[in-house]
Design a protein around this ligand. Structure first.
Ligand SMILES: NC(=O)c1ccc[n+]([C@@H]2O[C@H](COP(=O)([O-])OP(=O)(O)OC[C@H]3O[C@@H](n4cnc5c(N)ncnc54)[C@H](O)[C@@H]3O)[C@@H](O)[C@H]2O)c1
Ligand SMILES: [Zn+2]
Length: 364
């Protein structure tokens, strides 16, 4: 069993346990990490049907009372209305301050359940069982929880570190190839910004990872979690360093918003965003062409898109200008001088950004 500890040097330290088949051990692991013996399990009907049983059985075996609460699939579920519904069910079931909340699902369930855990009776303990690759390598780590507002994504949220993350790579066998690739983009991002050795490993292991080799996949998930964990330990609430995790995201978010979150998965948008960030760095003389080439080829190997579909560049630029990271910091961008390192760069000239947009996204 492999464990990454996220350490804040206080009682919030928690383990991320990664192991194929670990779903059956959730109870024993939870017993060590939470105080109470009642748990509300938030999931989607389909995910619960597939993976609810082993989780519930294991929790009950460890003495937990379990109350499943099921919510519809899709981004629209990350809403205040849905959070209120869950809270209503928890009150009806007499969940109290010693109860814990468990998220069994992808980033949507994790963010929503986490938001409820952060606010129910001013905060209860929270456990993540991420079931998409994106959730396993990214959203379940780091303690950002949120719901969406009609005016924007993740606008209502909190920082709440889970007490435990239980990651079973076996559940990824039922994930669509497209969703799986979306998670790969975040994994590649982690390597680009922080770990050249991991990047080399991914260049070598990508075919095996994509064929769901459990050993290679587990190793890559652990590495991604430890990279994100190390950043979060240093800057939990994104006052500085944590922003490097947004590599490729300023471009990516603009693309996602422009397409109303329909055209691209998050990972696909971030993949194109990273290609643009890489080109921007090269254009500004911050990195060598070789650094761009390696990023693009690894993304291509992972079957991620490396350019836009003849997008309307002027519209995307409009969306970018509303991004708080561009706006407040006068064109702040996360750029990579070489693989394994990222820097927050200020005052990037708009015409350079525009040129990259035209090259990678343009055509329409
Ligand atoms: N909190 C953070 O730090 C953070 C970071 C990145 C993304 N996010 C958020 O995460 C969300 C996206 O997460 P996501 O990509 O996991 O999407 P998601 O949770 O919507 O999952 C995608 C789809 O896959 C299904 N699914 C989940 N597990 C499955 C499995 N094992 N087999 C088959 N299908 C499965 C889901 O039901 C859903 O239909 C967004 O709301 C985003 O804002 C949060
Ligand atoms: Zn992301």
């Amino acid at each position: 069993m492999s464990t990454v500890w996220i350490r804040f040097g206080d009682k919030r330290d928690y383990p991320i346990v990664v192991n194929p088949g670990v779903l059956t051990e959730v109870g024993a692991l939870a017993q060590k990490q939470v105080r109470g013996k009642t748990a509300c399990l938030i999931s989607h009907p389909r995910i619960y049907r597939w993976y609810g049983n082993p989780v519930e059985r294991s929790l009950k075996k460890a003495g937990f009372q379990v109350q499943p609460i099921l919510v519809p699939e899709g981004e629209a579920t990350k809403s205040m209305q849905q959070a209120e519904k869950i809270i209503g069910r928890m009150i009806a079931k007499r969940a109290d301050r010693s109860s814990c909340l468990i998220a069994l699902g992808g980033g949507v369930v994790g963010d929503l359940a986490g938001f409820v855990a952060a606010t129910y009776m001013r905060g209860i303990e929270f456990i993540q069982i991420p079931t998409t690759l994106l959730a396993q390598v990214d959203s379940s780590v780091g303690g950002k929880v949120a719901v969406n507002h009609t005016l924007g994504k993740n606008l209502i949220g909190a920082f709440l570190q889970p007490r435990l993350v239980v990651t079973d790579p076996k559940v990824l066998k039922t994930l669509t190839a497209r969703q799986f690739r979306s998670g790969l983009a975040e994994m590649i991002k982690a390597a680009i910004i922080a770990d050249a050795k991991f990047f080399r490993q991914l260049e070598k292991d990508m075919p095996g990872i994509m064929a769901l080799d459990m050993n290679l996949l587990s190793k890559a998930i652990i590495k991604s979690c430890s990279i994100k964990g190390a950043v979060v330990e240093k800057d939990e609430t994104e006052r500085g360093l944590r922003a490097i995790l947004n590599y490729g995201h300023t471009f990516g978010h603009a693309l996602e918003t422009y397409h109303h979150y329909q055209g691209y998965t998050h990972g696909e948008a971030v993949s194109i965003g990273m290609v643009m960030a890489a080109h921007l760095a090269a254009q500004l003389g911050i990195c060598k062409q070789e650094t761009v080439k390696r990023q693009v080829s690894l993304l291509y190997q992972a079957k991620l898109p490396i350019r836009g579909k003849r997008e309307k560049v002027a519209k995307i630029w409009e969306h970018m200008k509303t991004d708080k990271k561009v706006l407040a910091g006068e064109n702040n961008f996360i750029l990579t001088p070489y693989i394994g390192h990222a820097r927050i760069m200020k005052k990037i000239p708009s015409f350079s950004v525009h040129r990259v947009l035209e090259t990678i996204m343009g055509g329409a």
